[in-house]
Design a protein around this ligand. Sequence first.
Ligand SMILES: [Zn+2]
Length: 414
Amino acid sequence: MSDVTSFLLCNARLVDGTSPTPRENVSVLIENDRITQVSESAIEAPNATRLDLAGRTLMPGLIDCHVHVVATTADLGANAQLPDSLITARSTRIMRDMLMRGFTTVRDVGGADRGLQQAVAEGYFEGPEVVICGKALSQTGGHTDYRGFYDERDDQYQTRRLGSLGRICDGVDTVRRATREEIKSGAQFIKVMANGGVSSPSDPIDFLSYSVGELEAIVEEASNAQTYVSAHLYTDEAIRRAVLAGIRSLEHCNLITLETARLAAEKGAMACPTLVTYEMLKQEGAQYGLKPDSVAKVDDVRLAGLESLKIMREAGLTMAYGSDLLGEMHRHQSEEFVIRTRVLPPHEVIRSATLDAARLLCREGDIGCIAAGARADLIVVDGNPLEDMSLLTGQGAHIPLIMQAGRLIKHQLQ
Ligand SMILES: [Zn+2]
C-alpha cells in the first residue's frame, strides 16, 4: 500500500473555459494535493479511490479576483468600526460560503490580513485560498475614507482595524511607506483607490484619486517587491492615467472607452469587471446598510456595465472574474457568470474565472486549470454550464463535488 492519497476521476466532461466545446471522456489522476495525469484514455491507478463522474461536467475550482471577505455589511464605515473579533467570526462564514459555491481561490482586494489567510491555510475553518493585498491605499477623501463631511477623526483610525477595507495615506513618501508596510505584513499585491466610489461619502465617481507621482511611486514599490498594483477605477480618464502609471489590474472599468481599452491591452494590463455588485446594490443595497448618498451613485456605473464588457472584448483586453459583493449580498457571488453571458460567449465567461483569473494572479499552471502539475482544485457540475450558466448559481446546489488541494470538501455524487 502506498501512503499517497489518490483519486481517479473518470468519465468526465471537461469544461475549463479554453474552448467553446467540452472535452469528453476525460480521466484525471490526483495524488496528494496535485493533479498528476489527465487523459482521454484509461489511466491505470489501482490504489486510487475511483470516482465515476458519469458524464458530469468537471471544471477547475473557480477563482474570484475581486472580493472583500471582511465586508460583513454594506455600510463600510460602520464595518470599519466593528471589533476585529466580530469581523473575524463573520468573515469565516463568508469564506466558507464562497468555497461551497465552488470558489477554491479568491483574491481579496482590500481588508483581509495575513492572519485570516493563515487561519484558512491551517484549517481552522473551510474557505478558499485567500490572496491578499492588506489594506487598500486611499487618499484623504478617497474611496476608503469613510469619515464624511463632519467627522474629524485622525486619518490613521482605520489602518489597523480588520473591518476596514483600506487605509489613508497621502504624499509620495507616505504612500511609499504604506506600500512597504503592506508588503512587509504579507501583501501579495497592492491595491490603490485611484477613482471616486459608490460606497464612500465624499468622492463622486469622476474624482481622480492620487497624483500621477503618487501612483507611480506605489507601482515602483510594488514592482521592487516583484509584484503588481490593482486599482479601483470607473472613468475613462482614471483608467488611462492608471495604465500609463504602470498599474496592471484594472478593477471595475465600467466607463472605459475602446481607445483606452486598446491601450490597456497593449500595455499588458487586465480588467476585472464586477457587474453583479451594482445590480445588487441597486436592488438590495439600502436594505443591507448602504447609505442613501451611495444608493444614489449606483446608476452612475451600473448602467454602463454590459457595454463595457463588449468594449473590452473588442479591444482584446482580458477580463478576469470579479464580484465585489458586500455583507448579505455575498450570496450573489456566482450571478456574475449569468450577467456576463448576456453579452459574452459562455466559454469566455468561464475562462475569466479559470485561466484568465490564474493569469491575473500570476498562478498559471498552478490553479484555474485541470492539467498535470496543477493543484487539485476542482468542481463537478450536474449539467453543462456552457449551455446553462445558472448551474453555477444557487449556493452550490448543482455542484455535487468540490475538491480543494486534493481534499474532498463536498462529495454528494450519487
Ligand atoms: Zn472592491
